[in-house]
Design a protein around this ligand. Structure first.
Ligand SMILES: [Zn+2]
Length: 61
């Protein structure tokens, strides 16, 4: 009996993450790959901040 919820694929190489030690990754190698991605800023969250807007530019007349 297999539980699909308990046997996720490795997000790095898409192999089944069989070893619970390295979940959600299949191996320490893939866990390292993911860590390196984080450290190198691949997963930077994009911001929707705009540099200038209509507000705040009051000329004062
Ligand atoms: Zn993997």
């Amino acid at each position: 009996m297999t539980n699909p919820m308990d046997d996720k694929d490795c997000p790095i190489c898409a192999k089944p993450a069989a070893d619970p030690k390295f979940k959600p990754f299949c191996s320490r190698r893939c866990a390292d790959v993911d860590l390196n991605r984080w450290l190198s800023g691949v997963y930077v969250v994009p911001t929707n901040e705009e540099p200038e807007s209509d507000e705040g530019g009051d000329p004062g007349l």
